[in-house]
Design a protein around this ligand. Structure first.
Ligand code: DER
Length: 223
């Protein structure tokens, strides 16, 4: 099975976690795109399959609206049953590195609204320790240099992601060379640094379940 086929498998499997007629939280990325495709198929059979969606990015909003899904602003809902999103890495505790698609801030906001975070990923994303994937950090532009120096103190090498401005008008620093063995502490510490908007470690908002696409089919990891 190709990586694209694995993403399709898990995108379809995620439909089982959506309560019919509910408002669904939707993340960002190529695996989530497969979930949105599957949602489109479900809506063809039952136009009321979802009542609406809260989206984590302009990219996902456009894809959902193309299906005729009503996209609601996060501030208009008080909670969601489920949030469906991908990850760049996920460890055996359900902690994730996210932000490859530069949507980490809104992803974390929408994830915070949801009772359950359903992560959909191909097996290449499951790791022992987070940090092999360059860690995305959303930063207020004027703080970039000092944040990069702070990561250097931790043995990390930070680099501003060229040509990317987030939906919030900030920049992304990607940090290589980190081993994030205590994700919750790391997230809490870095979140406090002046100028850091969001660090791409999802420990507070870790996954409740991960649908992992493997050559043997979809593996369900519960955390
Ligand atoms: O940017 C993000 O957080 C995405 O969810 C990313 O982590 C997964 O993107 P992919 O499904 O395209 O690999």
């Amino acid at each position: 099975l190709t990586q694209d086929q694995l993403k399709t498998l898990v995108g379809q499997a995620a439909l089982q976690y959506v309560t019919p007629g509910s408002i669904v939280g939707v993340g960002t990325g190529s695996t989530v795109d497969k979930f949105i495709d599957a949602l489109g198929e479900a809506l063809k059979k039952d136009a009321g399959f979802v009542a609406g969606a809260v989206s984590s990015s302009v990219r996902s909003t456009q894809r959902l609206q193309a299906l005729g899904v009503k996209v609601l602003e996060a501030e208009t809902v008080t909670g969601l049953g489920v949030y469906i999103d991908g990850a760049d890495e996920i460890d055996h505790g359900g902690h994730m590195v996210k932000g490859g698609g530069a949507a980490l801030t809104r992803e974390k906001i929408v994830a915070e609204l949801a009772e359950r975070f359903v992560c959909i990923a191909d097996e290449s994303k499951l790791v022992g320790t987070l940090g092999k994937f360059p860690l995305p950090v959303e930063v207020i532009p004027m703080a970039a240099a000092q944040v990069i120096r702070a990561f250097a103190q931790l043995g990390g090498t930070g680099k501003v992601r060229e040509g990317v401005t987030t939906d919030n008008g900030n920049i992304i620093v990607d940090v290589t060379g980190l081993q994030i063995s205590q994700p919750a502490e790391f997230e809490r510490d870095v979140n406090q640094w002046p100028g850091v908007v969001t660090v791409g470690v999802f420990a507070r908002n870790k996954a409740s379940v991960c649908l992992l696409g493997t050559a043997e089919g979809v593996k369900t990891l519960n955390f």
